[in-house]
Design a protein around this ligand. Structure first.
Ligand SMILES: [Zn+2]
Ligand SMILES: [Zn+2]
Length: 344
């Protein structure tokens, strides 16, 4: 079967791999759609994500909608051919963190699409029952694949402790920043300020209800007369964004770091403003078991997925799609790839 492979930095190729055989506790799935994530783009643009390197050709893709394609589907209460969401993390279920309700910190985690575990930009995959989530009948493959990045937003919101009418700064208007913008508004935020150096991304935040949008964190400092915001959500790839979050947080406010910085370090930060503001800082690593909450939020219309999706294509278009989204060309925000062709 065909698959997209990342061979190294800016080196993508379409190739072949064997169709997977599910083990006794796995099920065969036919991939319906995969959304391209910022973390896929780190592997493509840098040949690595932090310290995780592409050493062998790697199939990316972890924001997944699939049709259950296994004759044993009724064991899960599903019909063969039914659309499901697939959780990309395989938690061990045995370690201290799994047993204490923070499985995203599992010490034995295997993440689909992160080397050496193959991702979903191929025709068929397998998954165990814990990773398969039924979705409401009217959900499309795009809505279903989006449950993963929405889940990242849900996880970040649990850390954010947003209070009614809190002022919020969102640094970064990529798909995760735009999901979080929709979630903070649904959650009763006060003024929401969004910044992104790429104009069309900031503009999208305006369309989705941000009070003010701009290019740099310095504008938020100005808009708040130097006071800053109760809550800062960082969703960028910039190593400077931690320091910028400190610059825009109100004294005693909260900062939630969601983005993955390019490279392996945050930039140097002046300790004095950080200490004198005494903010609470939380950081997110993937997400916990939040698919049911993500489904509920989409079902209730709190998240507009279609507003985020700008490009669609099949595996034949996958290389172009990665280039366009990676280089922020042609208004690209979130792209969808259909490994088995456009769904009917
Ligand atoms: Zn993702
Ligand atoms: Zn574990």
């Amino acid at each position: 079967m065909r698959a997209l492979f990342i061979h190294g930095e800016k080196d993508l190729r379409i190739g072949e791999k064997p169709k997977p055989e599910p083990t006794a506790d796995e099920y065969l799935l036919k991939v319906a759609s995969v959304l391209v994530c910022g973390s896929d783009l780190h592997y493509y643009m840098e040949g690595k994500l932090g310290t995780r390197l592409i050493e062998k050709p790697q199939v990316p893709g972890h924001e997944i909608a699939a049709w259950i394609w296994d004759d044993r589907a009724p064991e899960l209460g599903l019909k063969k051919g039914q659309l499901v969401a697939v959780e990309p993390s395989r938690f061990c279920g045995e370690c201290h963190y799994c047993k204490t309700g923070i499985p995203n910190l599992c010490t034995n985690i295997k993440f689909q699409g992160s080397p050496p575990n193959p991702g979903a930009l191929t025709e068929y995959i397998t998954a165990p029952k814990e990773a398969i989530f039924a979705v409401p009948d009217h959900f499309t493959p795009d809505m279903t694949a989006a449950l993963e990045p929405i889940g990242i937003g849900v996880h970040a919101m649990k850390k954010a402790d947003l209070q009614l009418a809190d002022s919020v700064a969102i640094l970064g208007c990529g798909p995760i920043g735009l999901v979080l913008l929709q979630l903070v508004r649904a959650h009763g935020a006060g003024k929401v300020y969004c910044v992104d150096p790429i104009g069309y991304r900031a503009q999208k935040a305006k369309e989705l209800g941000a009070d003010k949008v701009g290019a740099s964190y310095e504008e938020i400092v100005e808009w708040t007369d130097g006071k800053g915001c109760d809550l800062v959500i960082e969703a960028t790839t910039s190593p400077n964004a931690f320091a910028e979050s400190v610059a825009v947080v109100k004294a005693a406010g909260r900062i939630v770091l969601v983005g993955i910085p390019t490279g392996v370090n945050y930039s140097e930060m002046n300790a004095m403003p950080f200490r004198s503001k005494e903010p609470t800082v939380k950081i997110c690593n993937r997400m916990g078991e939040v698919f049911p909450e993500a489904i509920e939020l989409v079902l209730r219309g709190h998240i507009d997925i279609d507003a985020l999706i700008t490009h669609r294509g099949t595996l034949d278009d996958a290389i172009d799609i990665f280039e366009r989204q990676g280089e922020h060309q042609d208004g690209a925000l979130k792209s969808v790839i259909y490994p088995n062709g456009y769904p009917e």
